[in-house]
Write a protein that binds this ligand. Structure first.
Ligand code: ADP
Length: 642
């Protein structure tokens, strides 16, 4: 069945090359029980690894069932291990964080026969461990662990059991038990190859091959093996090597097993992604909310409004708006109404409460032009403006902050220590942008605000309403010309006034919000990147820490692609889960902000889609390197890793 011809295996340690196997030729038939013996360092393990397709010889031929396997690829080697060989190691190599049944079941996943659950239970019983199904390896004695390992080696019904010092770590009672199991298996027709340095074990074998310095020094048959039924071999050939039957769901299941086995570590490495995604989602929600609230508050003002303000800056002269400007503007044929305006910050006091707020003084036209009709009470009238009356129309925030549930109408409000009578309360506008609360405002008659409160001689702003919305841009030109002429502005001083129409204002505000959102989004993405690097770090640590696990998985038949997929899937599941948690947290934070700070937030589906795909991509990108590193490990070096 197995035939080695002139096998040479050399190890290179820098300059020195060392020949561990020197021209070894041998034949092993089905049904044999072979002990490979010899002093330490004589090449026993190396020989077993080559026989078991864990390692490749440097030269010579390895013929399996008449087929030369020397030129086989790594994947084909994995297939041969999976289909023909069951390994038992001195250090057991059980996966520590899963149960004995899961350990026994593991090879079935790689051979695509995972539905054969019962087989794992039968084998556990066969090695005398019934009742220990759900124990993890650390809850088993050494002998019991080795019995689990033997059950695992049998689960794929291999042709050969290869055991490397299987009793080397066991007490003499356990040693006997294991030996008995191997003997029974041989009686049932399994081929057994054992590497050992213990003569006792050698005596139990039917044939002893002795090695020294990489060469076979003796090969004695103690008990003649009844040549197994011819069928044995051809039977095995009929057992078609299984293909790539491991499925995506298996990778996911395996990954979840590993993630849950390391709960704390997995959670900590997810945290970076959680925070990153959470920030991105919250930022985008706030940005979108700001846009909505800006456009809704601007649309209330009417789009045929022009706002004329003095401008400061290089090359400008101070422009002082007076009633002359207002009258002149009113004379333009395209203009319907003009409302001058002053504004400033004030402190409000009512009873024992105070509030820092903002007043605007204006004419009666501003009620319609700026959509300021009170919810109850009334706006001030022409007479009150003329007489500089101390009457005030207040915004909703002022009403609730200073008067609570009481009716503020006709109450006294102190503005900068002057007593005012409240004559109207505006409806809530809502939709703050986080910059200023639009409901924290008091409207006063223009003259009152100018002369009694703010002490201003000139207007801060002129609101100009154009008759026909189609004429907005013509009107803008006409207004500019008029003001320029009235204030004798030279062409170089034309920047001394600024005229904005609502569309422009909206654009300007939107672009500010956009760049702010972009900036915040960029910072949030940086934290995502940091989170991704954290995941990569953990995965790399995990590859190192799980090197022996990777070796074991390869020994029981995992291909390169299986290991690669497993590690990538693990990374993606971590980032994806982190992303989902981040989205939930981000939505929660945004919602809390909208409730507590009264900011408008809008959670867009695109924000959710962006952050989800972002987190998956990060998992892929940062998972690939560690996964490649893991999948490229040589099974033997990985198993020996300390
Ligand atoms: P045995 O199992 O008989 O103790 P091994 O087959 O493990 O011997 O090793 C045979 C020789 O090859 C030893 O001298 C060992 O030091 C050497 N050897 C084994 N593996 C390596 C390796 N990866 N690199 C270098 N030398 C090795």
């Amino acid at each position: 069945m197995f035939e080695l011809k002139n096998i040479i295996k050399e190890y290179n340690n820098g300059e020195i090359s060392f020949r561990a196997l020197n021209n070894v030729s041998l034949k092993i038939d089905a049904g044999e029980f072979v002990a490979i013996m010899g002093p330490s360092g004589s090449g026993k393990s190396t020989l077993l690894h080559i026989l078991g397709f864990l390692d490749k010889p440097d030269s010579g031929q390895y013929i399996l069932d008449g087929q030369n396997t020397s030129h086989f690829t790594d994947t084909q080697y994995a297939q041969l291990r999976k289909d023909y060989i069951g390994f038992v190691f001195q250090q057991f190599h059980l996966l520590p964080r899963i149960t004995s049944i899961q350990n026994i079941h593991l090879p079935l996943i790689y051979s695509g026969k995972k539905q054969l659950k019962r087989r794992a239970y039968e084998l556990l019983e066969q090695v005398g461990l019934k009742g220990k199904e759900t124990n993890n390896p650390n809850e088993l004695s050494g002998g019991e662990r080795q019995r689990v390992a033997i059950a695992r080696s049998l689960v794929n019904d291999p042709l050969v059991i290869m055991a490397d010092e299987p009793t080397g770590n066991l007490d003499s009672k356990s040693e006997k038990d294991i030996l008995k199991i191997l003997q029974d298996l041989n009686d049932q027709g399994k081929t057994i190859i054992v590497v050992t340095h213990e003569e006792d074990i050698g005596k139990q074998a039917k044939r002893i091959i002795r090695l020294k310095d990489g060469e076979i020094v003796s090969d004695e048959v103690q008990v003649k093996t009844k040549i197994a039924k011819k069928g044995h071999l051809s039977e095995s050939k009929g057992k078609k090597p299984t293909g790539s039957t491991i499925q995506f769901m298996d990778y996911i299941k395996q990954s979840f097993q590993m993630i849950f086995a390391n709960k704390v570590r997995s959670f900590l490495s997810m945290l970076g992604i959680v925070i990153g995604v959470c920030t991105v989602v919250a930022m985008l929600a706030l940005g979108a909310g700001a846009k909505v609230s800006i456009s809704s508050s601007l649309s209330r003002m009417g789009t045929n409004l022009l706002m004329v303000v003095p401008n400061r800056g290089q090359g400008t002269v101070p422009v002082k708006f007076t009633i002359k400007d207002v009258d002149a503007l009113k004379g333009l044929p395209m203009i319907k109404r003009v409302a001058p305006q002053v504004s400033g910050g004030v402190t409000l006091i009512a009873g024992n409460k105070n509030l820092s707020s903002y007043i605007q003084g204006s004419t009666i036209e501003s009620e319609q032009m700026r959509n300021r009709t009170p919810e109850y009470g009334r706006y001030f009238n022409q007479e009150e403006i003329q007489n500089r009356e101390k009457v005030a129309v207040i915004g909703k925030t002022v009403a609730t902050e200073l008067f609570g549930d009481n009716d503020p109408l006709n109450q006294i409000l102190k503005i900068n220590k002057i007593n005012f009578r409240i004559i109207g309360v505006l409806p809530a506008l809502g939709g703050g942008t986080g910059l200023r609360d639009q409901d924290n405002v008091v409207y006063l008659p223009l003259s009152t605000a100018m002369f009694r409160v703010l002490g201003k001689q000139y207007y801060d702003q002129l609101d100009v309403e154009v008759k026909d919305i189609k004429q907005v841009s013509d009107a803008q030109t006409a207004v500019t010309q008029l003001i320029t002429k009235m204030h004798n502005l030279t062409p170089e001083q034309k920047d001394s006034i600024r005229i904005m129409n609502m569309a422009e204002l909206q654009e300007a505000l939107m672009s500010t919000v956009k760049s702010l959102t972009f900036l915040l989004g960029f910072i949030a993405s940086l934290s995502l990147l940091v989170g991704g690097i954290g995941i990569m770090n953990i995965m790399l640590v995990s590859v190192t820490e799980r090197t022996r696990e990777i070796g074991l998985r390869k020994a029981i038949g995992a291909r390169k692609i299986d290991i690669l997929m497993q590690f990538i899937t693990e990374a993606v599941i971590m980032t994806f889960t982190g992303g989902m948690l981040g989205i939930l947290l981000g939505v929660a934070i945004a919602t809390i902000l909208s409730k507590v700070a009264a900011w408008t937030i809008v959670i867009t589906p695109s924000a959710i889609i962006i952050s989800t795909s972002f987190s998956i991509t990060i998992g892929l990108i940062f998972g690939i390197w560690p996964a490649k590193k893991a999948s490229n490990l040589n099974p033997i070096e990985a198993l020996r890793y300390e």
